[in-house]
Design a protein around this ligand. Structure first.
Ligand SMILES: [Zn+2]
Length: 261
């Protein structure tokens, strides 16, 4: 199977077909000026993989958390990745990826649900700052998903605002139900569907599509294990995850993100 076909099937959407290409990016006043050096989507992902491996191993470097870094990034920021994840207190992206000041844009809400404001926040890094990688990260035993599945299964009313989260998670719940998983796996399947569906929406974002087509951006699904601290990456095979080195992916994308399954 052609690699990108496999990746899409596994939920790695918008591989762009051109990972590994560093393309010039336009500086913008809103983003503070210059693009994110020449970090490619692959290199950005490798940095996150390496940071998570340090976290899992208990070998944190706590990079970029000193006065020098604070002073360095005060005039402008050029994070190498945007991480969109859950509010869960056990999954702070800067910690689980061992990063520091100026390294990541972080967008968090319950079960990483998109709405217009959130989507704009996700767009901000790639569109205004040249950020080469967007990670959508769900996590094990997500409380928001547990509550939503309970509500949807049993008609529990959580009140007007929490019900918004339930409604936002219903497509993922429906997809998980349709997959026929056993009841005890419904929550985890919903978590994984939620990540895949969110990646799909972002991969069809009209402001992000041209960046993906140019190889300047990848949108990557991920799953964080509370038990191990390990982040697994949609579409990356065991060898790539174990080595932390990604095979350079070149060539044009074969189809539009909306076709991604
Ligand atoms: Zn959560």
């Amino acid at each position: 199977m052609e690699r990108r076909t496999l990746l899409r099937g596994l939920g790695l959407v918008a591989a762009g077909g051109a990972w590994g290409l560093a393309v010039p990016r336009t500086a913008t006043a809103a983003g503070g000026g210059t693009p994110s050096e020449s970090v490619t989507p692959d290199e950005a992902l490798e940095r996150l993989i390496a940071g998570n491996r340090r976290f899992v191993a208990g070998e944190l470097l706590h990079p970029h958390q000193d006065v020098e870094r604070r002073i360095e990034v005060a005039p402008s920021q050029h994070p190498f990745a945007s991480v969109f994840s859950c509010i869960d207190s056990r999954v702070p992206p800067e910690v689980v990826f061992d990063q520091g000041l100026g390294d990541l844009f972080v967008i968090r809400d319950a079960a990483q649900n998109l709405d217009a404001l959130i989507q704009g926040s996700v767009e901000y890094g790639p569109v205004e700052n040249g950020t080469p990688l967007v990670v959508v990260m769900g996590h094990q035993r997500c409380g928001a998903v547990i509550a939503a599945v309970e509500s949807l299964e049993h008609g529990v009313d959580l009140g007007p605002y929490l019900n918004e989260i339930v409604a936002a998670l219903k497509p993922a719940y429906d997809a998980a139900k349709a997959s026929g998983v056993p009841a005890e796996e419904l929550v985890d399947a919903t978590i994984r569907q939620q990540t895949a569906l969110t990646v799909q929406v972002l991969a069809a974002d009209p402001r992000l599509v041209p960046l993906v087509d140019a190889g300047a951006l990848a949108i990557q699904g991920a799953y964080y294990s509370l038990d191990t601290g390990e982040v697994s990456w949609s579409g990356l095979d065991d060898q790539a995850q174990a080595s932390g080195r990604l095979v350079s992916r070149r060539g044009r994308r074969e189809s539009q993100p909306s076709s991604v399954r």
